[in-house]
Ligand binder design. Structure first.
Ligand SMILES: *[C@@H]1O[C@H](CO)[C@@H](O)[C@H](O)[C@H]1NC(C)=O
Ligand SMILES: *[C@@H]1O[C@H](CO)[C@@H](O)[C@H](O)[C@H]1NC(C)=O
Ligand SMILES: *[C@@H]1O[C@H](CO)[C@@H](O)[C@H](O)[C@H]1NC(C)=O
Ligand SMILES: *[C@@H]1O[C@H](CO)[C@@H](O)[C@H](O)[C@H]1NC(C)=O
Ligand SMILES: *[C@@H]1O[C@H](CO)[C@@H](O)[C@H](O)[C@H]1NC(C)=O
Ligand SMILES: *[C@@H]1O[C@H](CO)[C@@H](O)[C@H](O)[C@H]1NC(C)=O
Ligand SMILES: *[C@@H]1O[C@H](CO)[C@@H](O)[C@H](O)[C@H]1NC(C)=O
Ligand SMILES: *[C@@H]1O[C@H](CO)[C@@H](O)[C@H](O)[C@H]1NC(C)=O
Length: 616
């Protein structure tokens, strides 16, 4: 190696020399430079190198992410979102005498947060949130100047040092959520922080009740106590928090009614008290006409949906499912803003479906299943091209499905099961390119299934059972390569079963029982590897059972009973299917050397297979 080549050790000494030289120029700056160089060497950077400008020859005030005060001391370290990893050297950082802001959120920092944090006594802004620390948060009672404290989602555990908050009287934001702290109630130290506008305590093991003292935090804009172990009633004092825009109480064990006084929170835009045990009615909500999102699902709320909700000009999301609500929905509901989601499923709501929720052309989910809605599906949804889920099953709806609905381009699911709906599935279903689930069972639908269904190429499940469909099963169904379930039972389909079905390799459940199908059973069905069950009971199918069926013996539930089948039952199937009511069938006897077909078939006991879970 040439002597001219600078060795790493020389580089170190040279830098050190420069440091010493700089320190002659300015004592403070060189101390701070050393501290920052320690920070730089303690942390690894995975992508863009924020430390590129951090060179001993540069003034620390010129480092990327560093800001100095008027006398040239380091006052701010802003290194959030830099993919920094390593153990934070707070022992050195907190020697920076003027440090007022330490912002390290959204990095990959790990290990403990050292006790030395207490020496950062001038801090007004501390963000260590969204990292991978471990262990407890140390005592920070000396940080009495803090205005912003973000420690959320950073892996902290143990007891949070609540006492440390006692003298942080200027605290504006307190964000401790998403850390597995030891269980603790909301301590008095928190409700004395009267300057708070942001209190984020979601998912950090808060237990007990909301203290009445919460009413002192009148500056609060956002209060989030969701995902904890809280119980008791929501105190009426919550009504003092008239600046609230967001109130998140979901997934706790709150009981009692929506408190009197909630009506005062007229600036509220987001309210979520879902997944609790709240009861009583919604009348306190009548005045909250700035609500954009109202979520109260999975409670025990009763009474009517207040008519005033129909006039809320900003409402875009409404989720009230799984309660005991009664009466009609306001008919103007969702007609003002860019309405997005309604889920009022599993209640006792009646009356018509509000017609104008897709007025602005933005609605994605209409979920109203398991109620007692009446009237027709409004034609206004026929061009709601943004719709992804349309579920009105298990109601008392009548009339026809407005034809455009069958062809909506983004719809994943149409579910009108168990209503009194009549009419046809129209040919525009060919445009339903996203449709995976077509659930229309148990209605009064009639006519032929249009050949154009073959254009709905995303279909996975077709359930047309218990209707009045007639005519042929269109052979184009064979083009539906994702088709898994085909339930056509209890209709008036006639003609033969299309041979093409054998090319739908994913088919696992075919039920065509109780129709008027005739002709041969296509042998192609025997080549479907996952088919179980296959139910063709009670049709007029004739000829022989295809030999190809024997390969699946033992794998599938086969019911060919009550048809006009003839000839021998493939031997392998004799114990694996139901063949009663086919006088022409026989069991093959090969014992005599020359096969004979004389033994009549005696059917075993028929078993019923049913039950599929419900998802909204
Ligand atoms: C810091 O940056 C300023 C402006 O870019 C420049 O004038 C000054 O020389 C730099 N100081 C040092 C010590 O690098
Ligand atoms: C969580 O902390 C980040 C900073 O790390 C902050 O920007 C964010 O607002 C905090 N989230 C909540 C909900 O308080
Ligand atoms: C808050 O300040 C008071 C008065 O200065 C002091 O006695 C108390 O110890 C401080 N609390 C904490 C937790 O440091
Ligand atoms: C709610 O309380 C019940 C018993 O009262 C308990 O089993 C359940 O875990 C609690 N749920 C939550 C989210 O705290
Ligand atoms: C409404 O719900 C959608 C879909 O869940 C969500 O993306 C959107 O942010 C919500 N809007 C409001 C205001 O909560
Ligand atoms: C819901 O409220 C009814 C009375 O309105 C009560 O009988 C029932 O036990 C409650 N259910 C739950 C889960 O709290
Ligand atoms: C549906 O059609 C009506 C009448 O032509 C129109 O006013 C409305 O904006 C359309 N909606 C969407 C979502 O395209
Ligand atoms: C066929 O109809 C009979 C009589 O109505 C009924 O008991 C049976 O459940 C139906 N089969 C299927 C698979 O739906």
């Amino acid at each position: 190696m040439s002597p001219a080549h600078t060795s790493p050790s020389c580089l170190y000494h040279c830098s050190f020399f420069v440091l010493c030289f700089l320190s002659l120029l300015s004592g403070i700056q060189s101390d701070e430079l050393l501290i920052l160089m320690k920070l730089k060497s303690a942390l690894q950077v995975t992508k863009t190198n924020v430390f590129e400008s951090w060179e001993p020859t540069t003034s620390p005030c010129n480092f990327t992410g560093i800001a100095c005060n008027s006398v040239g001391s380091v006052a701010e370290i802003e290194l959030s979102y830099q993919k920094l990893s390593g153990i934070l050297p707070l022992d050195s950082i907190c020697q920076l005498q003027s440090l007022a802001k330490l912002s390290l959120g959204f990095n990959l920092l790990y290990g403990p947060v050292m006790e030395d944090l207490k020496n950062c006594a001038k801090l007004e802004y501390l963000d260590l949130g969204n990292n991978f620390f471990s262990g407890a948060v140390p005592d920070i009672s000396s940080l009495s100047q803090l205005r912003y404290l973000h420690l959320n989602n950073s892996g902290f555990s143990g007891n949070f040092p609540w006492k440390s908050l006692q003298n942080m009287t200027g605290l504006v934001r307190l964000s401790l959520g998403d850390n597995p702290f030891n269980p603790s109630p909301i301590p008095t130290e928190v409700v004395q922080l009267t300057k708070l506008d942001w209190l984020y305590l979601s998912k950090c093991s808060i237990q007990g009740t909301i203290p009445a003292g919460i009413g002192s935090l009148t500056e609060l804009i956002n209060l989030d106590l969701s995902n904890n172990y809280m119980n008791g009633e929501i105190p009426t004092e919550i009504g003092n928090l008239i600046n609230l825009r967001q109130l998140e109480l979901y997934n706790n064990n709150f009981t009692g009614k929506l408190p009197v006084g909630l009506r005062s929170l007229t600036k509220l835009e987001m309210f979520d008290a879902s997944m609790n045990s709240l009861e009583g009615d919604l009348s306190e909500l009548r005045f909250l006409n700035n609500l954009m999102s109202l979520q109260l699902f999975e409670n025990n709320l009763s009474g009517q949906v207040p008519a005033e909700l129909g006039d809320f000009k900003k409402l875009v999301n409404l989720s009230l499912y799984s309660n005991s609500l009664t009466g009609p929905l306001p008919q103007k509901l969702g007609s003002w803003a860019q309405f997005n989601v309604i889920d009022v499923s599993a209640n006792f709501l009646n009356g018509p479906i509000p017609p104008n929720m897709c007025k602005q052309g933005t609605m994605t989910m209409l979920l109203m299943l398991d109620n007692i809605f009446t009237g027709e599906i409004p034609t206004t949804y026929a061009n709601c091209s943004t719709l992804i889920r349309f579920r009105v099953n298990h109601n008392l709806l009548s009339g026809t499905v407005p034809s455009g609905i069958w062809g909506l381009p983004n719809l994943n699911i149409i579910d009108i099961t168990s209503n009194n709906i009549k009419g046809r599935i129209t040919s525009d279903i060919k445009n339903a390119k996203a449709l995976g689930q077509l659930f229309v069972g148990n209605n009064w639908l009639s006519g032929e299934l249009p050949q154009e269904i073959s254009g709905a190429t995303s279909l996975v499940s077709i359930q047309l059972n218990d209707n009045q469909f007639s005519g042929n099963i269109p052979p184009g169904i064979g083009d539906l390569k994702h088709l898994n379930i085909l339930n056509l039972q209890n209709n008036k389909f006639s003609g033969s079963i299309p041979e093409t079905l054998g090319t739908c390799a994913s088919l696992s459940d075919i039920n065509m029982a109780n129709n008027s199908l005739s002709g041969e059973i296509p042998s192609s069905l025997g080549s479907l590897p996952n088919l179980t069950p296959l139910n063709l009971k009670n049709n007029q199918l004739s000829d022989r059972i295809p030999q190809s069926f024997s390969t699946f013996a033992g794998k599938f539930f086969l019911d060919l009973s009550y048809n006009g089948l003839t000839g021998p039952i493939p031997q392998a199937l004799a114990d694996h299917g139901y063949f009663a009511g086919n006088p022409g069938l026989c069991l093959l006897d090969i014992s005599a050397g020359v096969p004979s077909c004389e033994n009549p078939y005696i059917s075993p006991l028929l078993i019923h297979i049913q039950c599929r879970p419900l998802h909204y």
